[in-house]
Design a protein around this ligand. Structure first.
Ligand code: NIG
Ligand code: FE
Length: 410
């Protein structure tokens, strides 16, 4: 059944031609149609335009006077499948411990891995589904989800099976990423190479055989996995046809960006610490730089220098990094606000980064990320707002009125 939305105050991110992503100065442009209509049919965007050319007002239609429509947020980096929470570490940090000190005491990722081990697959699914539904309600219409709190064969398979069940149950596009190399578990302390062998030689073939992952990831960071380790992971992924999306430059710049580009990573994520040579290496590549400002906010670490990336003519995507340790927030509206307030991105740049560029970082630009004929009808309807800049400006306010997934009210 077709659905017609009329009197839309502003239809935002309208692209006649489907594009892969936007870079540099082009990110400043956010095409819109004021006083618009949107026609949805069979779960897809069928047509749109100014109200003056609205085709058939005699059929039933949804009047959106005062409200705007934006394509759904495309969150290309999350860890929403996890067990329990880590608010006691949050309090430890308030009392002066650093993220690194907490990790050294067996907290951090290993703490979540311990909780996950004690959680059944069904319970893990239930906890994760609640988070997923919440972020969909907050406007996310496509999401990538990583494993990485299992750190054993059974644990990683448990996480990836939960992601598979989420894919089956929810109709937004979900991409699964295998992040076995997230931390070295206690029983492999001092035996990192053996751990990586288990992950790449024993586990990865099973994951691929059971079609449990779309991408492969590694936490390339001092104290976690080196650039050589990251290359080993990416090579293993390539061998099995999995492209990489990797964690780099969160605390230290150790060459992960260059390694990612050299291995044709789909994205390099975090980038809070970025050297000029890292920026240089991204030029001319197909690798999307992804910033995670909610993580910077929560850990009080630097924000990804978006202006330097954009001034160098590069693209940037924004994602939530929703996880229990460094970003217990999957609200992309906050992410977009934080990018404007803390990274000096304009609302146009931030909205482009959280829609079309986020879609690219999940290989979804052909079906998500803009209001384009033939793309999925995944979009959000705002409350009555004065302008789209009001969305990041009025940070923390709940400004979404309805969310549609494949043209159906969620
Ligand atoms: O992206 N940096 C590594 N992984 C996550 C944090 C994991 C955790 O603390 O649980 C991140 O920030
Ligand atoms: Fe992450």
């Amino acid at each position: 059944m077709p659905t017609l939305f009329t009197n839309i105050k502003e239809l935002v991110q309208v692209r006649e031609e489907s594009i892969d992503f936007l870079s540099g100065a082009a990110m400043k442009e956010l095409p819109t149609i004021k006083n618009a209509y949107l026609w949805v049919e069979d779960g897809l965007i069928k047509d749109y335009g100014p109200m003056a050319s609205c085709p058939d007002l005699s059929i039933e239609h949804i009047d959106l006077t005062g409200k705007m429509i934006l394509p759904s947020w495309c969150d290309s980096h999350s860890h929403i499948v996890y067990a329990g929470n880590r608010e006691s570490e949050f309090v430890d940090r308030i009392n002066g411990l650093t993220y690194a000190e907490i990790a050294e005491r067996g907290g951090g990722i290993l703490n979540s891995a311990k909780t996950l081990r004690a959680t059944s697959e069904d319970a893990l699914y239930e906890q994760s589904a609640i988070r997923l539904e919440r972020v969909i309600q907050q406007g996310t219409g496509a999401i990538e989800i990583k494993s990485g709190y299992g750190l054993t064969i059974e644990g990683e398979l448990k996480m990836l099976s939960v992601i598979k069940r989420l894919k089956e149950h929810y109709s937004i596009p979900i991409r699964a990423t295998f992040l076995g190399a997230h931390a070295i578990p206690m029983d492999y302390k001092g035996r990192k190479s053996a751990y990586l062998s288990m992950m790449t030689e024993e586990l990865l073939p099973r994951i691929v055989e059971e079609d449990l992952a779309d991408y492969i990831d590694v936490f390339c960071e001092q104290g976690y996995f080196s650039v050589e380790d990251a290359e080993r992971i990416m090579r293993a992924g390539q061998q099995y046809g999995l492209r990489s999306k990797i964690h780099v430059n969160q605390f230290y710049a150790i060459g992960g960006v260059q390694a990612g580009v050299a291995h044709n990573a789909l994205s390099v994520d975090h980038l809070e610490v970025l050297r000029d040579e890292d920026i240089e290496s991204l030029k001319g590549s197909n690798t999307m730089p992804v910033a995670l400002p909610a993580c910077s906010y929560f850990l009080s670490i630097p924000y990804t220098p978006a202006r330097r990336l954009l001034d160098a003519g590069l693209p940037i995507a924004l994602a939530s990094d929703y996880n229990p340790g460094s970003s217990p927030c999957g609200n992309m509206n906050f992410v977009v606000s934080a990018a404007c307030i803390k990274m000096k991105m304009t609302p146009e740049e931030a909205i482009n980064a959280a829609t079309i560029n986020g879609a690219y970082a999940m290989d979804l630009s052909a079906e998500m990320g803009s209001i384009t004929k033939g793309k999925r009808a995944n979009f959000m309807v705002t409350k009555a707002i004065p302008s789209y800049s009001y969305l990041p400006y009025s940070f923390g306010e709940q400004l979404i009125s309805e969310v549609y997934v494949n043209g159906v009210l969620f």
